[in-house]
Ligand binder design. Sequence first.
Ligand code: TYD
Length: 203
Amino acid sequence: MFITLEGTEGVGKSTLISSLKKYFTEKEIDFIFTKEPGGTREGKEIRNILLDRSMKLEPYAETLLLLADRVQHVTKIIKPALEKNKNIFSDRYIDSTYAYQGAGRDISQDDLDNFINVLNFPIPDLTIFLDLSITEGIKRVKKRGEVDRFEEEEVSFFEKIRQFYLETAKKNSKRFFVIDASQSMDEVFNIAKDKIINTLNEN
Ligand code: TYD
């Protein structure tokens, strides 16, 4: 089972992940938790470049760095886990690229398809999208302190990304599951956990 988690900034992905980790450990359900960018040793170096505010990356360079990170991640972590029928949970994956580089940075869907299709990335069984208003998310991010190269973008950048995710979720309603992230952390956790357990039982 391959599950991914998506969202804009400050929607509570990290909090949800730590609750899920605790829950699965307690229930002795085996899950590998991983993330993008930076799920591998090579990816960590790529991630440093991507998040560094002093880097002036061209949109295509940014995209190709993210895809380089994903190739390492898929080859070293995701595919081996899926081949052994293990459960794997990734904090961000392919939908982030269509949302951030596509809708956010204005790279066309065709260009992204051309880059991505040759790479044969596995498709998730379930993608959870934590949906929150951009103003609320930014408020939460600012409380955390220093912002990275993505977080310093304008509200309109994130609005485009959020709308794109919501449209993608509608078009791919079988794979996508949207959770209203303005609810309490406990509520978000319970909804996500129930959905994951149901999906595990169905497969
Ligand atoms: P991270 O600190 O992991 O942020 P978050 O907690 O929001 O996931 O930084 C990852 C950043 O990389 C995030 O702002 C989104 C961006 N990103 C893309 O733009 N495209 C992608 O394909 C991926 C995987 C991430």
